[in-house]
Design a protein around this ligand. Structure first.
Ligand code: HEC
Length: 144
């Protein structure tokens, strides 16, 4: 009898631990997954041609809009405030030059698929080019 009580205590402790892990994962996994449109009012419009270089680099308004766009579309995988928890790459470490820009925009437009598995969804057609570059500007502004 005694040992049963002891076991149930251990079980209770164990489930409390599992629960707290689940809760913290929920906090990291921000957003429900549906892509969220990003309001880019106030940013220079970019037209239909895809740019290879970030036109908003250092732009304060883009940082502000990008923060919102990031939190609602990217944070659930890449981490809140652009700090990755490890499951997806930490975007602050992408090169902040033209090569990094090109890599970034291609990944965001097309996503990433491996062996038929979508590791990252594509965002082309879901959020605007303006929103994508605003997000890049925001991530670039975060300290490493
Ligand atoms: C469903 C999860 C998920 C979401 C949502 C997501 N990503 Fe990703 N992303 C990934 C994963 C996983 C990878 C790594 C793919 C690989 O193995 O190379 C990745 C890779 C990237 C890369 C390439 C990084 C590198 O170091 O090569 C960029 C850039 C990127 N994501 C940007 C974004 C942006 C911007 C958003 C939001 C608009 C976003 N991602 C939303 C999962 C996600």
């Amino acid at each position: 009898m005694k040992s049963i009580i002891k076991n149930s205590k251990i079980l209770a402790l164990f489930s409390a631990a599992v629960l707290s892990v689940a809760v913290s994962q929920q906090v990291l996994a921000h957003g429900d997954g549906a892509p969220q449109p990003v309001d880019t009012t106030g940013l220079k419009e970019l037209g239909k041609e895809w740019l290879k270089k970030n036109p908003y680099k250092g732009n304060e308004k883009a940082i502000e809009i990008g923060a919102r766009g990031y939190n609602s579309n990217c944070a659930r995988c890449h981490g809140l405030e652009a700090k990755s928890g490890g499951a997806s790459p930490d975007l602050r470490y992408l090169e902040d030059d033209a090569e990094g820009d090109e890599w970034y925009i291609n990944r965001v437009r097309k996503g990433y698929h491996q062996n038929g598995v979508t590791k990252m969804p594509k965002f082309e057609g879901l959020i605007s080019q303006e929103a994508m570059w605003a997000i890049r500007t925001y991530v670039d502004s975060r300290p490493e």
